[in-house]
Write a protein that binds this ligand. Structure first.
Ligand SMILES: [Zn+2]
Ligand SMILES: [Zn+2]
Length: 267
């Protein structure tokens, strides 16, 4: 059994095929998925997915790549997060790859998200690209360790992973780990303690091998698990069970006994 800890099912490429994607999840033992918010304008659609499907959860937050919008305030985010199907704040963080220039607004927005997470006591989903030092510094300054969370679609060094884990963060691997050129990341995936690891698709982006270049979907998270299992020399079930357990623990979700039980019985 597997969980996709990060996907964007409300994005148009996926939203038009939602029933098919949910069926593909069932057929590939993907028991749950977390639909991650990227802006408040589209948040109602993200929340609706979680409200209408018992095995989908949602987060609330504004992605660092979205410019020129009304900046969300910590209290506003924390209030939106009070819904029982909202299990995290994010995705938030820093992205110095996509955007250049004075990005103080991005750092301020990141701080608001960490404050929101502390206000509502829910974990953070953090996106960081070419900005690891500032990301870790702001996490430390704002006390992100009090709520913990996940470094999603991790592509940074082992040292960055270690520092994040010291602040109670999990490390999530996407389809990038199946790309043979991602040598350092594949080494990191061997070393991360299995009880700190999550898996994700970040769909519709980053389809893993053997679907590279296609539209990604939650069912493909199985390929991420298979690759990590091969790298570590352990069974796919071991990766699936550990990352599923970690998911429920991090996001404080009472386990869904029926789904877990039926998955076990059919195994
Ligand atoms: Zn991201
Ligand atoms: Zn994302």
């Amino acid at each position: 059994m597997f969980v996709d800890s990060h996907c964007h099912l409300n994005f148009p490429d996926l939203a038009i095929n939602i029933e098919e994607l949910l069926a593909n999840m069932r057929n590939n033992e993907i028991s749950h998925a977390l639909c991650v918010s990227v802006n408040l304008q589209d948040f109602p659609q993200v929340l609706a997915l979680a409200e209408n499907n018992s095995n989908l959860f949602a987060s609330v937050g504004v992605h660092p790549d979205y410019e020129n919008l009304t900046e969300p305030q910590a209290t506003e985010l924390a209030t939106l997060a009070r819904h029982p199907k909202i299990v995290a704040i994010g995705e938030t963080g820093l992205d110095y790859f996509r955007l250049k220039g004075d990005l103080e607004w991005q750092r301020d927005r990141f701080r608001q998200h960490i404050r929101a997470a502390r206000l509502c006591n829910k974990p953070l989903i953090i996106h960081t690209r070419e900005a690891a030092a500032d990301t870790l510094r702001i996490m430390l300054e704002e006390g992100a360790d009090r709520v913990g969370g996940v470094m999603h679609c991790f592509t940074e060094s082992w040292e960055v992973a270690q520092q994040a884990m010291e602040m109670n963060f999990y490390i999530s691997f996407s389809g990038i780990v199946t790309f043979k050129k991602a040598f350092d990341l594949r080494e990191t995936a061997k070393k991360i303690p299995i009880d700190r690891m999550l898996i994700e698709t970040d769909s519709p982006y980053l389809a893993p091998v053997p679907h590279r270049g296609k539209i990604n979907q939650p069912a493909f998270v199985k390929h991420v698990a298979e690759e990590i299992a091969a790298l570590r020399g352990i069974s796919v079930d071991e990766v699936g069970n550990a990352t599923t357990r970690n998911f429920f623990k991090l996001f404080n979700i009472p386990e869904a006994p029926n789904i877990l039980k039926s998955a076990r019985e059919s195994a």
